[in-house]
Design a protein around this ligand. Sequence first.
Ligand code: GDD
Ligand code: MN
Length: 363
Amino acid sequence: MPQLSIVVPTFNEHGNVRVLRDRVAAALGDIAWEMIFVDDDSPDGTSALVQAMAQEDPRVRCIQRIGRRGLSSACIEGVLSSSAPLVAVIDADLQHDETILPQMFGLLADPALDVVVGSRYSSGGGIGDWDASRAKASRFATRLSGMVLKAELKDPMSGFFMIRREAFEACAHAGLSGVGFKILLDLFATSPTPLRYREVPYQFGLRVAGESKLDSNVAWEFVIMLIDRYLRGVIPTRFIAFTLVGLVGLVVHLAVLALIFKGVGSSFLMAQSVATAAAITCNYVLNNLLTYRDMRLRGWQLLRGWVSFTLACSIGALANVGIAAYLYQTEGFWIGSAIAGVLVAAVWNYAVTAVYTWRPKAA
Ligand code: GDD
Ligand code: MN
């Protein structure tokens, strides 16, 4: 029976998973473990390789998710599928130092601890050979995380930790965000009782095989996750993303308006019309790339989506003007009326396009 479950999120880690299994096995000695890979149907065939490993070693198994992406959600599903009282989460790419696992395991023998965090920012730890800009971005994100973090954790952005399963489950029941890359921050921000933690320093290693999945989308999801935790999950994360995109659209609208009205010297009606069309199209493209990344429309679907999005937003605009005008007539408070109009249109646009533009697939 496993005393420790190791959860490993993978996407295109074909060159790493076998080495990781061997190194973890060597590090853990006589601790009974199981290893759960959660793979998002990697094109490089990681799932098939892990399944082959599972045929050789019953302690290994693979959760293969199809049509899904996400480091945090992969970890959550992996941990919930486990059975051991303690669970560790570790990257597949050998950048996390597996030799500290026994130390983490030993520390959790103390019932007064819920989680032990592998920390790059405790003394003795380090970020390895990151370039200055990545190091700066990491420190900035760590500072931002203070918005939702209720602990003095030195490395809340760590993806390497060991936690008591029951503490994890309590967080899951309280409603983890599950968005993006930062599952540890999510846990600390969500836990119904403050997590009792210790940090163990380690040196962040080099990635040898495969490549990092850290891209601008990860930064975007990080912001969504922070807002979601800040609002304590009362607003759906997709709506948060939709609203942020809407704000970008507002900026685009004003920029195009200024360009055409002031720059080109067209009539205001003409400039406002072009600006509206530009903003709607920009919002559509951004929502398709970011908000609905997992159900992204492509090819001809892209055109159909654009038509339905534009139609929905046009009706939304009519509702906006109608409601704002009505409220202004009856209440006489112009800012409040305008905001109410915008809010109703935002909710309308979101709800209608969620159903007609990015049609949820039947399960
Ligand atoms: N299932 C799944 N789905 N796994 C993923 C996905 C995904 O969409 N994206 C990334 N992974 C896996 C990778 O295969 C790897 O095992 C791990 O998550 C980390 O991804 P990297 O692309 O290597 O990220 P990183 O090195 O920039 O950052 C990692 O290390 C940081 C420092 O500890 C992440 O784990 C961060 O959370 C962590 O803070
Ligand atoms: Mn990595």
